[in-house]
Structure formats: structure tokens, C-alpha cells
Design a protein around this ligand. Structure first.
Ligand code: UD1
Length: 424
């Protein structure tokens, strides 16, 4: 298995381009299931999770064409011959976001069998809200042998529009139900909807495909169902978590970097906190420049649904706080088990105490390289940041987690002057 070897202690300097957003791309790929006409997506990042989703769609009968145009990946999906509305355990277990096929499949094919994802490293992560919503839209849903089996019962095999309320804010739940609502008979209203920018990106693409959606980006989304959607071409938004990760890396390691092909407009909470650490940040329309202070100041954070501070940036801020001046309190409110990076950071010399969903991080003046193990995607990113700061060599094991969500990470870090090498 591949490992990442980092020789720490060098400030970052230079410019890198940010890739398309993984969490926007995954639901957008599934949107292709809603139409018989081709959907073309551009700015698709080259990531293992994208490969998994394409494999999943292909085995359902979707024709996938993938090409590289310049630095950006383009994928065209043709679901005209969709004949196998099944998401098998073998693929779902490697990527929870596979559940995003459920809504579009039931809406278009009238039936779906999707494996339950099971637990993952960061918590139980059930899909009960996805099921509750589809049931309210008239689907008959049962769970048999680890699979969610959903089918429509109404006339013409269509789902029925309904008023939906989710018990908590769920990003993929909102996306699944929004896609299902597009082909339902009548109006669907999703209350307590996720406001994440990726939900808006998906809604924009669906509207380009002929859907009638209003309110995406607010907590009430209205979808007037139509009988069919058509093809479209859509450019995927920049990855705000990749952007935030590079900003954190420079804030912790020192130096000055400029990130291009991105936007600060989805990152208010993160940029605010980085400014509180003492970073000097300059915003352009599609670029962000960060100049790190001599030593960052500690900043406390509390994760919450968008537009508040994202749980997907919590681990990276823990690494930054580990070397900051002062003490930070980090509260994780979205996932129950998302502090596994803390014990690895402690192995590098960080001073972190955990009490339930709260971490107390007392900044130290230096970290020392060691061998550490990545446990999930964003935890891996925090270890990379710590490795860039630590003196000597840090070897990160199980970096397949990083390959799921960061495109060309070593190359991008190397372009910023870091010493990062993949070892077999
Ligand atoms: C998405 C993101 C992930 C991010 C997370 C929170 C994608 C592909 N992934 O994950 O990177 O960390 O949002 O911003 O976009 N929950 C339930 N029942 C449900 C659904 C969710 O109890 O049916 C709970 C979850 O266990 C969690 C919370 O709700 O505690 C939020 O989860 P959710 O927003 O659904 O996360 P994902 O959409 O899986």
C-alpha cells in the first residue's frame, strides 16, 4: 500500500490550481440517471471516489465516456439504456456517497436496490432520512439482506410530490430527495434542507436539464416535478475543502501561496478563522492569496452545517492549532467519532486532550516527524499538514484515503516547494 513521505519544516510558496469539487461531482454524476439524454460534466476531478461512482453507474447500464481536456476532466454519461437499478455492497461499502443513486433510480426506473452503507470510520451515518423522504413520496421501501429496496406504487410508476422534513440537516439526503422530486408527480417541498454550495451546484445542473427548482441554498427547497428531463452540459464548482486544506497548510507551515480556479465565496467561515490566526488574505474573483504570520494564533471552532464552519475542515484546523500560539477548543457537532487524527497528531508531539465531542488543543512550538496512520479522508489531510510542519521525516500510512478526495496532492504540494514523496 502506498505511503507518503514528507520532509517537514519548509514554508510553502507559489501557486496551484484547485480542482473540481468531489462532493459536488458525486451527486452530479448520479443526476445523469434522471434522463435518457447525455449529461456532460466538466471540471471533474480525477479521484478514486469518482472512479467508484463511474463504475457503479456503468454496471447499471450507463454509458460512460471520460476524457481529459487540458487539465480538466470531462465525463459524458448516457443513461438511455439503464437496465440494472442495483448498487451492490462491494461498491457501496467503499464509498457511502453511493447512496446518491437511490433517489434518481426510484424516480426514473420506478425501482432501486441499494446496499446499506454500514458504519464508517467517522460514525454510524445512517440513511434513515433518505428512506423517510422517499416513503413520504409514495415509495414502498423495505430493507432486506442489507439492501434498501424501494419501488414506486403510484400510477405510471411515478413518485408523488410531498412535503418533506428531515430530522437533521443532511447534505446527501437533501440531494437525493431533490433529485427524486424532479420527476415526481406534483410539488415536493424539502424543509430543513442543507444549504451547502454543492446542493446549489446540483440544483443549477438539474435546472439546466429542465427541472423546476427554487430555493436551493436556503433551508426550503421547492421542486415542481416534470415528466422528463433532458441532457445538459455543466461545469463542476471548485472544491472548497481542497481550497481550505491548502490554506491551512500554508498557515501552519508558513510562507505565501496563491490558489487559482477557486472562490472564496463558499469559504466565509474558514477564511474568517484563518484571518483570526493572523494570516493576511487577499481575495480576487477566482483566486485567493494567503500570507502566513510568523506563528499562527490559536482559533477555537465549532462545526455546524453550512454556512457555519464545515466538519470537513475540522481535522485540518486541529493540525494548525497544534502549532499555534495559545489554546483552542474544537467542538465537533456533526459526526460522533471524528477525532481519530488527534491521537496521530499527539504521536507527532501535539498537546491535545479529548473530552467527548470537544478537543482542547494547546499549541506547541514544534512537532517531530514520526510514522502515522491515516484513518479517513480529512484526517489524512490533517496529518499531511502536520507533516509539513514537523521537523524531520513523517511517513503517513494508508494514504488511499487521500486518493479518494485530493487530486494530485503530492504534485500540488511539490509545486509549492514541499518535499513530499509517494513510496510504495
Ligand atoms: C456529506 C459530505 C461529507 C460531509 C457531510 C457533512 C458528500 C458526498 N459528503 O456527507 O463530506 O462531511 O456531508 O457536511 O457530500 N444522518 C442521519 N440520517 C440520515 C442522514 C444523515 O442520522 O439519513 C446524520 C449523519 O450521521 C450525520 C449528520 O446527519 O451525523 C449529517 O450527515 P450528512 O449531511 O447526511 O452527511 P453526508 O451527506 O453523508
Amino acid at each position: 500500500m502506498d505511503k507518503l513521505l514528507i520532509e517537514g519544516g519548509r514554508p510553502l510558496s507559489g501557486e496551484v490550481a484547485i480542482s473540481g469539487a468531489k462532493n459536488a461531482a458525486l451527486p452530479l454524476l448520479c443526476a445523469a440517471l434522471l434522463t435518457r439524454e447525455p449529461l456532460t460534466l466538466t471540471n471533474v476531478p480525477s479521484l478514486n471516489d469518482i472512479g467508484t461512482m463511474l463504475k457503479l453507474l456503468a454496471q447499471m447500464g450507463v454509458k460512460v465516456t471520460r476524457e481529459k481536456v487540458g487539465a480538466s476532466g470531462t465525463v459524458t454519461l448516457d443513461a438511455s439504456a439503464l437496465d440494472n437499478p442495483v448498487a451492490p455492497y462491494e461498491l457501496v461499502k467503499t464509498m457511502r456517497a453511493s447512496v446518491l443513486v437511490l433517489g434518481p433510480l426510484v424516480a426514473r426506473a420506478g425501482e432501486a436496490r441499494v446496499s446499506l452503507p454500514g458504519g464508517c470510520a467517522i460514525g454510524a451515518r445512517p440513511v434513515d432520512q433518505h428512506i423517510k423522504g422517499l416513503t413520504a413520496m409514495g415509495a414502498e421501501v423495505s430493507v432486506e439482506q442489507g439492501y434498501v429496496h424501494a419501488r414506486t406504487t403510484g400510477s405510471g410508476g411515478r413518485l408523488k410530490g410531498a412535503r418533506l422534513f428531515t430530522d437533521m440537516v443532511t447534505v446527501t439526503g437533501t440531494e437525493n430527495l431533490m433529485m427524486a422530486g424532479c420527476l415526481a408527480d406534483g410539488e415536493t417541498v424539502i424543509e430543513n434542507a442543507a444549504r451547502e454550495p454543492e446542493v446549489v451546484d446540483l440544483a443549477n445542473c438539474l435546472v439546466a436539464m429542465g427541472a423546476q427548482i427554487s430555493g436551493a441554498g436556503t433551508d426550503v427547497i421547492r421542486i415542481r416535478g416534470v415528466e422528463r428531463l433532458h441532457g445538459a452540459t455543466h461545469r463542476i464548482m471548485p472544491d472548497r475543502i481542497e481550497t481550505g486544506t491548502f490554506l491551512c497548510a500554508a498557515a501552519a507551515a508558513g510562507g505565501q501561496i496563491r490558489l487559482t480556479q477557486t472562490s472564496a465565496s463558499y469559504l466565509d467561515a474558514v477564511i474568517d478563522k484563518l484571518m483570526d490566526t493572523g494570516c493576511d488574505i487577499t481575495l480576487e474573483r477566482d483566486a485567493i492569496t494567503l500570507k502566513a504570520p510568523a506563528r499562527p494564533l490559536a482559533v477555537s471552532i465549532r462545526t455546524s452545517p453550512y454556512p457555519a464552519f464545515p466538519t470537513d475542515m475540522q481535522a485540518q484546523f486541529m493540525a494548525l492549532n497544534a502549532v499555534a500560539e495559545g489554546t483552542a477548543v474544537i467542538r465537533e457537532t456533526i459526526f460522533e467519532n471524528r477525532f481519530m487524527h488527534a491521537v496521530e497528531l499527539i504521536r507527532l508531539g501535539a498537546d491535545i486532550k479529548i473530552d467527548g465531542n470537544t478537543a482542547f488543543v494547546k499549541g506547541v512550538t514544534k512537532l517531530d516527524g514520526a510514522t502515522v496512520m491515516a484513518t479517513d479522508l480529512r484526517a489524512s489531510a490533517s496529518l499531511v499538514i502536520a507533516g509539513l510542519v514537523a521537523q524531520g521525516e513523517t511517513l503517513i500510512e494508508r494514504i488511499y484515503h487521500l486518493d479518494r478526495g485530493y487530486e494530485n496532492l503530492e504534485q500540488k504540494l511539490a509545486a509549492l516547494g514541499a518535499s513530499v514523496r509517494r513510496v510504495k
